[in-house]
Design a protein around this ligand. Structure first.
Ligand code: ADP
Ligand code: MG
Length: 342
């Protein structure tokens, strides 16, 4: 398992199989596919009717015989079969017309067990990989954000996705300390659903809650607090209803999970060896993942940790891009990859 064979990829693929989104990087081309990790299944025959964006648009809108499934939850594979179906579909779409099996680099959350890493490699091979290699997500995120991961200096990344927030301190090509908590985008959506239900007796779907979070969510007071309309279903009458909420209210609604993510950052910072902590004060903490785009999260983290905070360019694609860099620069980066010993 710990084997670090020296790989030689030809037209390899790097896959960021995220709880919310999957991205595929093709060696020599870059990221060619970026789609929600959702499959719509026809329950009558178990066959997929849609995958990716088309399937996500169906969440909460399907007839009884169709179910929109997210096969990953909290950062790990919740439904192996559907996950395999989804990955195989994305791999085919990323390299149309090619029959040979690609080598595949696939990302795993930090701190997963050997068994879980093997499950992800099994999945990649079942979905069409010739050989699968894993890279830990925070490492891929740091490489994707352009951090000098091999230097003897402290690099800190915080990757906030749909299911997990991963916080890691990296130096000399290895993760020195890390934490993965199951508080991320999905929990913010759920907190909004609960809040709107309690305050307004209004039922919101998962997708509307996510839209509300993206439009109105924040982690600290905004210069211009705004009001906005939200539509849902009245829980007492069962009829469609529109309510007016504010950015202050939505901030309050998501405060608990936001504070939990902030705490994970503080705890990891506390655990960093002093020399590396000193480097981080100088270089700052880099934010990646979709959650990095929450309004005011950077300011909130800066206030609570006293560290400079930098949001990576294109935070949603950092992990996939970093995993892709492992394919492109094998000489320099192969040491962060792991595969089965053969
Ligand atoms: P994963 O790696 O788990 O698939 P991503 O890094 O793709 O996750 O991020 C997806 C998460 O980021 C979702 O929960 C999504 O709602 C959230 N997100 C995307 N854009 C924003 C935004 N502008 N503000 C707040 N959250 C966002
Ligand atoms: Mg991710």
């Amino acid at each position: 398992m710990r084997a670090r064979l020296s790989p030689s990829f030809r037209r390899g693929l790097a896959v960021d199989l995220g709880t919310a989104n999957t991205r595929v990087y093709v060696q020599g081309h870059g990221i060619v596919l970026d789609e929600p990790s959702v499959v719509a299944i026809d329950l009558r025959d178990g066959k997929p009717v849609a995958v990716g964006s088309d399937a996500k648009a169906m969440i909460g809108r399907t007839p009884a015989h169709v179910q929109a499934v997210r096969p990953l939850r909290d950062g790990v594979i919740a439904d192996f079969e559907i996950c395999e179906m989804m990955l195989a579909y994305f791999v085919r779409r990323a390299r149309p017309g090619r029959l040979s099996k690609p080598d595949m680099v696939i990302c795993v959350p930090s701190g997963v067990t050997g068994v879980e890493k093997r499950a992800v490699m099994d999945l990649a091979e079942a979905a069409g990989a010739r050989q699968a290699w894993v890279v830990e997500e925070p490492m891929a995120a740091a490489i994707g954000a352009g951090l000098p991961v091999h230097e003897p200096t402290g690099n800190m990344v915080v990757d906030i996705g749909g299911g997990t927030t991963e916080v890691a301190v990296i130096s000399m090509g290895g993760i020195v300390t890390s934490q993965s908590v199951q508080t991320a985008g999905d929990e913010l959506d759920e907190a909004i659903i609960q809040f709107i239900k309690k305050e307004y007796s209004l039922a919101l779907g998962e997708r509307t809650a996510e839209e509300v979070k993206i439009a109105l969510g924040s982690a600290c007071p905004l210069q211009d607090e705004v009001r906005a309309e939200i539509r849902g279903r009245d829980l007492t009458t069962g009829l469609p209803k529109t309510i007016v909420t504010t950015t202050e209210e939505i901030r309050e609604a998501i405060e608990q999970p936001v504070a939990a993510a902030v705490d994970a950052v503080k705890v990891t910072l506390d655990r960093a060896p002093p020399e590396l902590a000193a480097d981080i004060i100088e270089r700052g903490i880099v934010l990646t993942g979709g959650g990095a785009l929450l309004h005011g999260l950077d300011a909130r983290l800066a206030a609570e940790t006293g560290m400079p905070i930098v949001t990576a360019d294109n935070p949603l694609q950092c992990v996939a891009f970093g995993a892709g860099q492992c394919l492109e620069h094998l000489g320099a980066l192969s040491d962060v990859l792991m595969t089965r010993s053969r």
